[in-house]
Write a protein that binds this ligand. Sequence first.
Ligand code: SF4
Length: 181
Amino acid sequence: MLRALDVRVFGLRYFAHCMECGFCKDACCQYGVDVDADNVQRILAHRVALEPRLGVPAEQWFESEVEQDAEFPSGRRVRTAVRDGRCVFARRGARGCELHAYALEHGLAHRMLKPLVSSLFPLTFDAGVLLPSGEAVDGSLVCSGDGPSLYDGARDELAHYFGPELVAELDALRREVARAP
Ligand code: SF4
């Protein structure tokens, strides 16, 4: 799925330790997120437990349009709904993502429920290219600036989703970029 890289992922930096951040107010969750259609089914399998936590019926968790998109594992994606200016899965009265929190509390791998795009952010992908999100490039990401590179912040997630071989290749590329004059 990934076949090219925007080398700015090695240079752009951000805070990265999201749950230790005291100033972002989860701003990156304000627009909702694209989610793979199979991931939607995995989330809906937990609807009985998640509905009371979210306070929203499962029928209102996702937008109705289903888009064909070969970059997503199932080839289809939908978008999470936005409620009161935040993703429907953003925790109310607490920091973070309800899907992530629920997974941790129940001994589940958070990546089974949390969308791929959310797990990689502020890295993203488009047309087979791994690249920085627009917010990281234009500086509107509130935690932009200091900390690990976008690549290092998402390196474990990349290894999970795309395999250790890809990460080994990216590590080698990073060394090349660092040696370049
Ligand atoms: S799914 Fe979770 S991490 Fe992703 S935008 Fe919604 S609340 Fe944020």
